[in-house]
Design a binder for this molecule. Structure first.
Ligand code: NAP
Length: 316
């Protein structure tokens, strides 16, 4: 059996479980493509998700350790499984690997052909790897769930982070008036992404600063999520990305509380690709680390502030 280098965890836990080691190279199943990964990126909270460790989203599934994390990637098609269509060896693709499969912190990843999209030509693989999971989360929140229309008011909590930087840019591209809460050093940054208003969440109370909004996208959870009902207009959408909004509060405020888990979505990623090609969406890469530093990348997510995404560079 041929081997590859990968970041793997043999036991459930945090970054301390991650090891750079040899692993079997995956085989593309029916309908799959095998991708030679050029870059992958890491997501806050990923090692807490049941799907990272089992084959279900609620912990009821089978243990699938040793597991490979990092579910967004950019790379080159290396082989096609039986019945896989739409791609040829050598095509440059990017995409989101379904969470209940091994991820892309490895030299190769196998995924359903439908979960990949042509990589935007204007981006390097390192930049492209920072897009699929985070931008699709933003897209599905704003377009599929909240159905944001031009002129609506959108508030995003955590607008300088991995997902938030895409929420700000996509909401702006949809014609919304965007307010972002960010740390004190990110006020100018988030304005440069298109935010009309930036609020310092450390020194200001967002609920005192803004008029009611149509949509809140919350990437912080906890008290920030709970206080957001107070700034939502009746009929509005509170989209919790880090944690589910309270449904009783939703009823009390005559509004919608939505939680969802981002899914591979070729049409959505193609729309995102168009925004990138039009120059209206730019990935924010906080730093690029080699695959050998995979554990350090996950440690940094827990301990340090980032602007945008941390990317693992795997191969040229
Ligand atoms: N449901 C899904 O499908 C899905 C998909 C992707 C991510 N997620 C989850 O969504 C969350 C965010 O992911 P991410 O990749 O964007 O993480 P991230 O890059 O760590 O960004 C989170 C941002 O929130 C900011 N923040 C922290 N406390 C805040 C507060 N009280 N008010 C406003 N902003 C605050 C942080 O700023 P500072 O660094 O300045 O503190 C940071 O910029 C994570 O829990 C992740 O697991 C869920």
């Amino acid at each position: 059996m041929s081997e590859m280098n990968a970041i793997r965890a043999h036991h459930r836990g945090g970054p301390e479980q991650l090891t750079y080691e040899k692993a079997p190279r995956p085989q593309p199943g029916p309908g799959d493509i095998l991708v030679a990964v050029r870059a992958a990126s890491v997501t806050a909270g990923e090692l807490d998700w049941d799907a990272t460790w089992t084959d279900s989203f609620d912990g009821s599934g089978h243990d699938r350790t040793p597991t490979i994390p990092s579910h967004e990637f950019s790379g080159v098609v290396a082989a096609l499984g039986d019945g896989a269509t739409g791609w040829q060896e050598g095509d440059e693709v990017y995409g989101l690997v379904p969470f209940t499969r091994d991820g892309a912190a490895a030299e190769y990843v196998a995924l359903p052909a439908y979960a990949a999209t042509a990589k935007p030509a204007s981006l390097t693989h390192d930049q492209a790897a920072a897009v699929p999971l985070a931008a699709l989360t933003a897209w599905q929140a704003l377009v599929d769930h909240a159905r944001v229309r031009p002129g609506q008011r959108v508030l995003v909590h955590g607008g300088a982070g991995g997902v938030g930087a895409f929420v700000v840019q996509i909401a702006t591209a949809l014609g919304a008036d965007v307010t972002a809460t960010v740390g004190p050093n990110d006020l100018e940054f988030v304005r440069s992404l298109g935010a009309d208003t930036a609020i310092d969440y450390v020194h200001q109370r967002f609920e005192d600063e803004i008029d009611p909004v149509d949509v809140v996208v919350d990437l912080a959870g906890g008290r920030t999520l709970a206080k957001s009902w107070n700034v939502l207009r009746p009929g509005g959408f509170l989209i919790g990305i880090a944690a589910p909004p309270d449904q009783q509060e939703a009823e009390r405020h005559n509004a919608h509380g939505v939680f969802f888990i981002v899914e591979p979505d070729r049409a959505g990623l193609e729309s995102i690709t168009r925004l990138i090609q039009e120059g209206r969406l730019t990935p924010t890469v906080d730093r690029v680390l080699p695959l050998t530093e995979g554990r350090a990348a996950y440690e940094a997510l827990e301990r340090e502030h980032q602007r945008g995404k941390i990317v693992l560079h795997i191969d040229d």
